[in-house]
Ligand binder design. Sequence first.
Ligand code: HEC
Ligand code: HEC
Length: 275
Amino acid sequence: MNWLDDSVNALSLLGAVVIIILTVLVVGKYVKQIKDDRATGELAPDNWDGIGEYKNELPVGWALAFLGTCVWAVWYWVAGYPVWAYSQIGEWNEEVAAHNAKFESTWSNANKDTLKAMGESVYLVQCAPCHGETADGMNGKAQNLNTWGKEEHIASTIIHGAKGMNYPLGEMPANLLDAESAKAVAAYVMAEMSPNKKTKYPELVETGKSLYATCAGCHGEDGKGMGGMAPDLHALVQGALNQGKKGNIGIMPSFKGRLSDIQMNALNEYIYSLQ
Ligand code: HEC
Ligand code: HEC
């Protein structure tokens, strides 16, 4: 590579040479002055143990350099290099934004099968290390996602409660309903709210709907979680990914900002397709 092809390199090089020359000249001048000069100036009246001080004018060059630096600093911030000029980080950010926009527009209308396939690939990279390749949670180390979020899991959550996700409402208490009622509410949640919109017990949905009042205080009449106070029962996967969870073996990190909305939808599609 030729150094002088790049104007920034060439300017820096020139600047370095100028600085070296100036340093040699200035140092030379003062060394000579120390050797040769005899004091001639007017002394200030103060005297510290025999050490006096000359009344010197502020050197014009020094004052100009100071003012020039101020002007340059303002120029540098307002119009100079860091604000609008090229930077590698800026280029990287632009490329990422362009790539993300392309990703969004390519997949914004992806059908369920495509989302499921995408969800599986994201899953294998991001989630399988803890939840296992078959999503069985590796013997209770993380959640078994084959059953999580579905009928029996919801019923069991109502009986055992839930904690660890740091929602403003805190923990969900245990024993909110007896087993029969929990099963009915789970059927209602599955039929009306879960992405699957189907239940194994359609005959229980009406009963479940009336018992849902127990849940509405925290999860809202519509099950949407009252603006983030408790989980949105329509979007449990997204909720878990945004919040992260403190589990028995450790913490699942929040994936907020690390996965796009489309990827979250894809994971949702994939996890609800598991049985
Ligand atoms: C006192 C408030 C409260 C009530 C009442 C309540 N919940 Fe919850 N629920 C929560 C909170 C808070 C969480 C999140 C807990 C956590 O940190 O994991 C939650 C979590 C859940 C989850 C997700 C659990 C998981 O593992 O992801 C489901 C499903 C659920 N609730 C369903 C219900 C149903 C159905 C009812 C009615 C029977 C109900 N909840 C009643 C506050 C409540
Ligand atoms: C570092 C390990 C780790 C990674 C990576 C991880 N998880 Fe988890 N996950 C856990 C643990 C631990 C729990 C809590 C289990 C428990 O309740 O004891 C959990 C819980 C969950 C839950 C249930 C939350 C609830 O409401 O109870 C879901 C859903 C989930 N993970 C999905 C995912 C998905 C999807 C990914 C990939 C994007 C993922 N996890 C990546 C460790 C992990």
